[in-house]
Design a protein. Structure first.
Length: 327
């Protein structure tokens, strides 16, 4: 399926920062990072993810001490953080989150409602969440470790959507815009503060360099209390990307490249999904699910079927016994 980007992205008039070519220094660090994480690590981190670790930790170069060169410090931190994420992704089997059944997933997605809609004028997908839609009493019923997995599934979908946008725009898009509507935010959120922090922690620490801008709308007084308590957990660079909007939110959003027709009606917009784009995403997921169900040792159509092994001698080890179930 192919359609001209202008059909869906005619409002995209600027080129995103992440779409710029890698500098020579970034290329050097990326090559060394890839060598460090090896083939196994590259199965967990896509090329775009690797670039995010290179660019996202470039600021560490200024923290070089004790004779270490700025570039070595940059590489050291990028590799260390990538290693943490690779280990985490293996632990939760992140590559299969969208294709395997997760217990209570349906409960989570209706308790922490999150949607991805249009894009800003640089092509960044727009995530919208509203406190009015959250059911924090249900969120409190979840174990924190389960919340990590569920939110990681949300983020895997967002990453896949960005990859599709990149394909249509023919340039790299790996960041997003996040709009948090605080209408309906009350003191009950204080009870769920730890759980909410866990959910936000996932994107910040395991999907670094993915936030372009965050906009907070309809922020009541209680938000300032929460912000003062939670902001210490947010990286300073991330804090600079967060803007609390006033009463004329739509006008302010537009000044930051977020058009009304790219956000949902629930926050005053008029976005409608592009059917072809959404169908492509569904087809991609169906293909992923089919591949996940196909045994790895099943021969492809173009391959000759393997010849049957010779009969085992009596008393030999039964290598074809059923495997033990995974623990």
């Amino acid at each position: 399926i192919f359609f001209r980007p202008s059909n869906m992205f005619q409002h995209v008039t600027e080129v995103a920062d992440e779409s710029q070519p890698l500098t020579d220094d970034e290329k050097e660090i990326l090559e060394k990072l890839r060598e460090h994480i090896g083939e196994e690590g590259q199965k967990q981190l896509t090329h775009e993810s690797q670039v995010r670790y290179v660019r996202g930790y470039a600021f560490e170069a200024k923290n070089a001490k004790d004779g270490m060169s700025p570039k070595d410090k940059w590489l050291e931190v990028a590799c260390a953080e990538a290693d943490k994420t690779i280990a985490w992704r293996k632990e939760i089997d992140a590559n299969t989150l969208e294709t395997r059944k997760l217990d209570k997933w349906d409960v989570f997605k209706t308790s922490w409602v999150s949607g991805v809609f249009g894009t800003d004028n640089q092509g960044h997908p727009i995530i919208v969440e509203r406190f009015e839609d959250f059911k924090l009493d249900r969120i409190l019923m979840f174990k924190e470790e389960d919340l990590v997995v569920y939110q990681a599934r949300n983020m895997e979908y967002v990453q896949r959507r960005k990859a599709k946008v990149s394909e249509k725009l023919d340039r790299s898009i790996y960041k997003h815009v996040y709009i948090l509507d605080c209408a309906g935010l009350g003191m009950d959120v204080m009870k769920a503060r730890a759980h909410v922090q866990v959910i936000f922690h996932v994107a910040q620490y395991y999907y670094p360099e993915t936030l372009w801008r965050m906009f907070v709308t309809n922020a009541p007084m209680v938000f300032r209390m929460i912000w003062s308590a939670c902001s210490m957990w947010i990286h300073p660079i991330t804090r600079q990307k967060i803007k609390v909007l006033g009463g004329k939110a739509l006008k302010e959003l537009k000044s930051h490249g977020v058009e009304e027709h790219q956000i949902p009606s629930s926050i005053g917009g008029s976005w409608t999904p592009n059917k072809e784009f959404e169908e492509e995403l569904k087809s991609d997921l169906a293909r992923m699910e089919a591949e996940a169900q196909t045994p790895k040792d099943e021969p492809k159509d173009s391959e000759e079927p393997k010849k049957e092994d010779a009969p085992k001698e009596e008393g030999s080890k039964a290598e074809d016994e059923p495997a033990k179930p995974a623990e």
